[in-house]
Design a protein around this ligand. Structure first.
Ligand code: MN
Length: 720
């Protein structure tokens, strides 16, 4: 067990002015609250935070991090609270302890390999402070070192989690020894047969192998220097898991792999690479077929190096990579597939940049005279653009920041999104526009009747989601256009007193469809609905024009029935001063609707005609016949009103407008479309409205439609 003064010594070795009081205080507190607790091994619990602090000191971490390491399990496992830790040790330490506690409470389900990357990112995003991750890694390392004390059934899953989540994080942070040790420890519990076979075969201890590596490093450097070549030589003994991976990946026998030690030679220029290779090949015997020139023939991921294997200075196989400093940067920092080559520059993903930055930070922190200044850089949002949330099953979903449960629903499946009715975050029902936070568990409640609306586009953050919603809406619009087209055509038939149903299956229609290059009758409806074809044109194609003229348009269509209904009710809608139940009619010139200021004019034999107060006609009329009029307060008649919409001639415009009118519960009596020059079109609608407020609603909602440039009420009875 590591002792407190050993931790002190470690810290003082790289930070002579360290505030050891904080360490001592954290030690005393941790000892107090963990008192009486024992680990699985039967040892006092305190050993664990002490070992974690020791590992953090080996990583040359700052004093607050080591103090947080001593305290990392106090909130989770004892009566201590975050408030108490804040009071005693300050916010900086308390935040780290809280961060570690939060991460420890997440359970990762790594059954699906592709989830692992998301788990790692979520963990880092939740930590909010790189030091929290480093404490967590130290915690995991100590737990792995003592894994044999855990119940057998738990070992494998912990080891697997370490392999999937924590070792890759250590790797990306550039802490290679920590990564190797985590992997070897995990290897021992996930693949015990291989582990023990390999460790028996790699007879030399790790220490021996390290000594061997140093010796060979020295020999290689000297040999190159003798020929006047300045080179940086580094070697690393392969760890057991690395050997195992290599065997698996290259399908090699143990004998072909186990004694291979890899060395890297970094030189100034490309020509030096070949010179170094020449020197090495003349000094030691190369293994046949092992030389590869990735400088002349770079790998697709831009990787460049010379590879060779020699029978080395000690008679063992030695793998050597020779490269320049630039090639080295590409090899180390470019995670293969993420490198792209554009405009002569290497592009890396934001994630690569983030991790490279952390790696440099950690490297740099090792050499800092004042490790405290490390501080100002560690508290940054590492993935500011993403948010990671859980499905109820424990899978992690990555979404852009600002994402809502609706984005989540679409990320699960388009069908889930298209029927999203409501959502729960962490078990509570929330509006579907609620912004998600890292670590939320999100659940979507679907309903067969729920469907996307244009508003949804405003409450989602992912462009993928928007595309899916738009896709649904435009499909709906097509369907709507088809319906409208059919209605328009049918009412045009009715207008000419023709039987629509007879024509639907007539040979004329089929001929017309093939002439017009239309697939079927539905495409005809759609074309009419989109305003590409007019119903009148269609009829003229189907019926000889002279025959058409013979038919007198009649007015008893469904629509005119509605119109009549509208008109019939109108007599009781208006109050005329001093008169009861007088017959009124509404002037066609201005078409008053409920809410307009109105005046009446007495007409001989036809009762009273109601005009709007602003109607130009009223000036021409005899002022002596003028009579005051107003709407009944409770008048609930529908009045027809004409509106003219101008907009860009785009498919779906008519459908969009019709849709927005019907959404408001307003009936359309008549609609016509006239595309004109300049890609513009003019659409006329006659609609039945309750009053002026409803008309305003309609106008507002139409003017919000994309591609609509103007909406106005037409007062004149004649359409322009
Ligand atoms: Mn712990």
């Amino acid at each position: 067990m590591i002792r407190l003064n050993e931790i002190h010594e470690k810290i003082l070795s790289y930070n002579p002015d360290a505030d050891l009081d904080l360490i001592n205080k954290a030690y005393v507190f941790s000892a107090k609250v963990h008192n009486g607790q024992v680990r699985m091994s039967g040892e006092p619990y305190l050993i664990h935070p002490m070992e974690v602090a020791g590992i953090l000191a080996s990583l040359k971490m700052d004093v607050p991090t080591i103090a947080a390491g001593l305290l990392h399990d106090t909130v989770e496992d004892t009566w201590a609270t975050v408030e108490e830790i804040t009071d005693l040790f300050g916010k900086e330490v308390a935040d780290m302890v809280e961060g570690v506690t939060k991460i420890s409470n997440i359970t990762f389900n790594t059954e699906v390999a592709k989830q692992a990357e998301n788990f790692r990112k979520m963990l880092i995003a939740m930590a909010k402070d790189i030091r929290v991750i480093i404490i967590k890694l130290a915690d995991r390392l100590n737990n792995m070192r003592t894994l044999e004390h855990m119940p057998e059934e738990k070992r494998e899953s912990i080891a697997k989690e370490t392999l999937d989540i924590y070792a890759p994080i250590a790797h990306r942070l550039g802490i290679y020894w920590l990564k190797s040790e985590l992997e070897d420890l995990s290897f021992r519990f996930t693949k015990p047969e291989f582990y023990y076979r390999l460790s028996k075969l790699v007879a030399k201890s790790r220490k021996e192998r390290e000594r061997y590596v140093h010796e060979v490093e020295h020999i290689l450097t000297e040999t190159l220097a003798k020929e006047g070549l300045k080179a940086e030589v580094t070697g690393r003994p392969k760890h057991l898991y690395g050997i195992y991976q290599k065997m698996e990946k290259s399908n090699l026998d143990f004998e072909q792999v186990y004694d291979i030690t890899a060395f890297r030679i970094i030189v100034e220029a490309v020509k030096d690479c070949y010179q170094a290779l020449g020197i090495i090949h003349t000094t030691w015997r190369p293994v046949p077929d092992r030389f590869k020139d990735y400088i002349a023939m770079p790998k697709t991921n831009m990787y460049q190096s010379l590879h060779t294997t020699i029978i080395g200075p000690k008679g063992e196989r030695v793998e050597i990579q020779i490269r320049t400093r630039d090639m080295h940067t590409v090899a180390e920092e470019g995670i293969a597939a993420h490198w792209k080559y554009k405009e002569g520059k290497l592009l890396e993903t934001k994630e690569d940049i983030t991790f490279r930055w952390i790696r440099h930070l950690i490297e740099w922190q090792q050499d800092l005279k004042d490790p405290e200044s490390f501080m100002q850089f560690v508290k940054v949002d590492l993935f500011p653009d993403e948010v990671y949330v859980f499905t109820p099953k424990g899978d992690v979903i990555e979404l852009p920041v600002g994402a809502t449960p609706l984005d989540f629903a679409y990320a699960i499946h388009s069908d889930v999104g298209n029927h999203c009715a409501s959502s729960k975050i962490n078990g509570k029902i929330v509006p579907i526009k609620t912004q998600l936070r890292n670590g939320d568990t999100v659940e979507v409640i679907t309903s067969p009747t729920a469907h996307p609306t244009r508003d949804w586009l405003r409450i989602v953050a992912a462009s993928k989601t928007k595309a899916k919603i738009r896709q649904w809406l435009s499909k709906e619009e097509r369907e709507e256009s088809r319906k409208i087209g059919r209605e328009l055509l049918e009412s045009e038939f009715t207008k000419f007193n023709l039987d629509f149903s007879k024509f639907v299956n007539s040979s004329e229609i089929h001929k017309y469809l093939s002439d017009a290059n239309l697939k079927n009758i539905d495409s005809l409806y759609s074309q009419i609905g989109y305003g590409k074809l007019s119903p009148l044109q269609t009829i003229k194609h189907l019926i000889p024009i002279d025959k058409l003229k013979e038919q007198r348009p009649q007015t008893d269509s469904t629509i005119s029935k509605l119109f009549k209904l509208v008109a019939r009710k109108s007599s009781t809608a208006v109050k005329i001063k001093g008169m009861d139940d007088i017959l009124v009619r509404f002037a066609h010139c201005c078409n008053p609707i409920v809410g307009d200021s109105i005046v009446g004019f007495i007409t001989r034999g036809r009762g009273i005609t109601i005009h709007t107060a602003s109607c130009p006609k009223t000036i021409e009329l005899d002022p002596e016949r003028k009579i005051e009029a107003e709407w009944h307060a409770a008048s609930n008649i529908l009045r027809p009103v004409k509106i003219m919409v101008t907009g860009m001639d785009k498919p779906g415009l008519l459908a969009g407008i019709t849709n927005s009118i019907s959404t408001l519960g307003v009936n359309i009596i008549r609609a016509s479309v006239a595309p004109d020059r300049n890609q513009k079109s003019t659409l006329m609608f006659e609609i039945a409205v309750k009053d002026i407020h409803q008309l305003r609603e309609v106008v507002n909602s139409i003017s919000k439609i994309k591609d609509v440039t103007n909406v106005e009420r037409i007062l004149s009875g004649e359409a322009p």
